[in-house]
Unconditional design. Structure first.
Length: 140
């Protein structure tokens, strides 16, 4: 199996709380940044999604905070899709410090929303495969 897609982020001072830790809500921003970076790397733009009549949605997110992150820390945020047979998929993400220490694990359930019908599309992996120029980045 190949390594999951990854993007590097530097923790900025204004993202920290009074204890100097990365604010808990910012972990979601980092996860979202990695997901959109993966879409872009796979050749899928926001405009392409909209013109295709679909948009990704997050239905559930679980974050496990394992180690603190401080201003100036560099982290790699991974992103790997797991496909099932239904209308949803899992996105597994790890936020790892430059020294290899895992700071957080994020497990999300997502879907692809039909923007007109306002319902999840069946077999979202098929739609991602059609839209992407690099579907391998999604494990397809």
């Amino acid at each position: 199996m190949s390594e999951p897609f990854s993007v590097r982020v530097t923790v900025r001072g204004y993202e920290t709380d009074v204890q100097g830790h990365l604010n808990q809500a910012v972990y979601l921003n980092y996860a979202e940044h990695a997901r959109w970076s993966l879409l872009q790397a796979a050749g899928i733009s926001q405009a392409g999604l909209v013109s295709g009549g679909v948009g990704p949605v997050v239905l559930e997110t679980t974050i496990r905070y394992l180690r603190e992150l401080l201003a100036g820390d560099e982290v790699d945020v991974t992103c790997a899709f797991e496909w099932g047979g239904g209308k949803t998929f899992r996105i597994l993400q790890t936020i790892r410090k430059a020294d290899g220490t895992v700071a957080a694990e994020i497990d999300a359930v997502g879907g692809l929303l039909d923007l007109k019908a306002r319902r999840l599309v069946p077999a979202p992996h098929d739609r991602f495969e059609q839209l992407a120029t690099e579907p391998g980045l999604f494990g397809l």
